[in-house]
Design a protein around this ligand. Sequence first.
Ligand code: ATP
Length: 310
Amino acid sequence: MSLAHRSDAVHVRAPGKINVYLGVGARHDDGYHALATVFQAVSLYEDVFAHPAADFSVSVSGAADPASVPTDERNLALRAARLLAEETGVSDGVALELRKGVPVAGGMGGGSADAAAALVACDALWGTDVGPARLHALASRLGADVPFALHGGTAVGTGRGDRLTPALARGRFDWVLVTSDQGLSTPQVYRRLDQLRESRGALADDPPLSLDVPVAVLQALRAGDAQALAPVMLNDLEAAAVAERPELDAVLADGVRAGALTGIVSGSGPTLAFLCAGPEAARAVQEELRATGREALHVHGPVAGARIIG
Ligand code: ATP
């Protein structure tokens, strides 16, 4: 019998995300860039099982390259469990089992989803019941994208991306994702952006230290209007991700040729997210991209954040 079938395990599912808009400002002294972003949680999930145990451990399945996910103290889910135990004085351990559905290092926040799921799962397993405000505070100590994976839906993130305000989004948005076998390192993509900006002679205060999401993006989301959203989507990291992976440019063009309203690099890439007019259009785009030999997935958003299943 696999671990997951033991009835004393807690199963939590958490979504991957797309950055519908990602404005990147200047780098702060702490190394983080000022961000103004809109996250949307999409129907590609991480399943995390927390099994009672005396010690802390983590196992991983479902990743295209399992070796790309550390199972030592660098693992974000394991760090989340340890953090919650420390903060609440719990002396139990946990055996975490991660079943990955979100591509590793794909710019979709898979590790952050694991961390959010681990917090929720361990909180239930240990009966610590810390409540949403404290969970959010712990999440933001683990990483800038972790609070969003807890909340899900559609939200504006400012600061490092961790200061969240829910955004209204009506209806459903259909996306086709083109994934890559090989991930991209987020810090490397930010470094590349800094280099590109330096080479263009950007002034110290240009880009700015604080920035906003354009009203047109929020209006299109509120109206549930994919046609209006497509022309105002933006990712300031896109040029840097494409500089690291030049072949992405051709795929972006192929997706639009196949009928997508627009295509964008998701977060730091290399996953590409194509916004489509509806489910049927998305299926057609998916099929056409698959015919060119690429891995294309049809997902929708917004979906809920980390939730206990069953
Ligand atoms: P980021 O969240 O940094 O933008 P990403 O969304 O592109 O990254 P992730 O899948 O979250 O990609 O992983 C980024 C890196 O974090 C991986 O290369 C891996 O080394 C490390 N990592 C730590 N914990 C995990 C985890 N639970 N799942 C996946 N990667 C993890």
